[in-house]
Design a protein around this ligand. Structure first.
Ligand code: ZN
Length: 161
């Protein structure tokens, strides 16, 4: 089921999301939410999607399989944290399903290490220096109530002709 995407202005997009508690959380409801988030991401041509963008203030985000580390399967990160493994940053254009038609240039760390839990609550750790590094930083910003527009330079509104 496709979820409704929350767009600006909305206070949910500016809140810190709560950690997923695997003891208290209903596993099938969590799996259903993840499934729906993935469907919603693809329906809007997104490469990543965070639960607060569906109005669910949980530390959970998903990534399109083309950009995930094995390229085979969508990547799901629960309660994720990242740290930089390089001083180097690069700049690239970003957009966001929650800020429709806006694009801007954002500086992000090139190489990061990510620690999270998977869909079963098992620890997951990896590093990345591909485009995934950028998307992970963008989506984890969502979990901390930060939008790319707060970091972007040369923000432009591009409307459809
Ligand atoms: Zn976004």
């Amino acid at each position: 089921m496709k979820l409704n995407v929350i767009t600006e202005p909305n206070p949910i997009l500016h809140q810190v999301a709560k950690p997923v508690d695997f003891v208290k959380t209903d596993k099938s409801a969590l799996k259903k939410l993840i499934h729906n988030m993935i469907e919603t991401m693809y329906a809007h041509d997104g490469v990543g999607f965070a639960a607060p963008q569906a109005g669910v203030p949980l530390q959970l985000c998903v990534f399109a399989k083309n950009y995930s580390f094995d390229g085979q399967k969508e990547l799901v990160l629960i309660n994720p944290k990242w740290e930089k493994l390089s001083i180097a940053k690069n700049t690239d254009t970003e957009g966001c399903l929650s800020v429709p038609n806006m694009y801007g240039e954002v500086k992000r760390y090139k190489k990061i290490k990510v620690r999270a839990q998977d869909i079963n609550g098992q620890p997951l750790e990896f590093y990345t220096d591909t485009f995934l590094a950028r998307i992970v930083q963008h989506e984890i910003d969502h979990l901390n109530g930060v939008l790319f527009t707060e970091k972007a330079k040369n923000l432009k509104k591009i409307t459809r002709a």
